[in-house]
Design a protein around this ligand. Structure first.
Ligand code: NI
Length: 171
């Protein structure tokens, strides 16, 4: 039954666990690969384009992304590091941990990222457009940072109230 994957619960803002800082993965072993596969399944199930391990309460530097239309271009980043960035661009962002909220956020337009893949091999990728936004958004998660942190305190407070109301209703 080793091929079965699990859908993991996604933490929602303002859960304090989302503020934890992720540690580097030391060995990309089978347990890490299972986590990666579970994260992909969880992301696809929630119709997201990216997910960071912090969001499923795992404090490791693991990110999964798929920005393709067909949902068949899996990108896994383990211990990712932005090694260069260029330009600035604003685009609407959302987050599986802040459902229903979309706000314009300014990010670097182009980035170069060094990372390990699901096999533990190092790779370097240049990204722009949605992929660049997504990688920067997910790397923020690994530092305990959320996209709402870029908004004004008033706006963030409003979103927090909205989320708490939603969580109360769901109980
Ligand atoms: Ni997010």
């Amino acid at each position: 039954m080793g091929c079965l994957v699990s859908i993991l619960p996604v933490l929602e803002f303002p859960d304090p666990q989302l503020r934890k800082v992720a540690k580097k993965v030391v060995h990309v072993d089978n347990k890490i690969k299972t986590t990666v596969d579970d994260m992909f399944e969880t992301m696809y199930e929630a119709h997201g384009v990216g997910l960071a391990a912090i969001q499923v309460n795992i404090q490791l530097q693991i990110i999964v992304i798929d920005v393709s239309e067909e949902k068949n271009e899996r990108l896994c980043f383990i211990n990712p590091e932005i090694i260069s960035e260029f330009g600035q661009e604003e685009s609407d962002e959302g987050c599986l941990s802040v459902p229903g909220i979309f706000e314009p956020i300014e990010r670097a337009e182009k980035i170069t990222v060094k990372s390990l893949n699901r096999d533990g091999d190092e790779f370097v990728i240049e990204a722009d457009g949605l992929l660049a936004v997504c990688i920067q958004h997910e790397i923020d998660h690994l530092k305990g940072k959320l996209f709402v942190d870029y908004l004004s305190p008033l706006k963030r407070q409003r979103i927090k109230k909205k989320m708490l109301k939603l969580h109360k209703r769901d109980q």
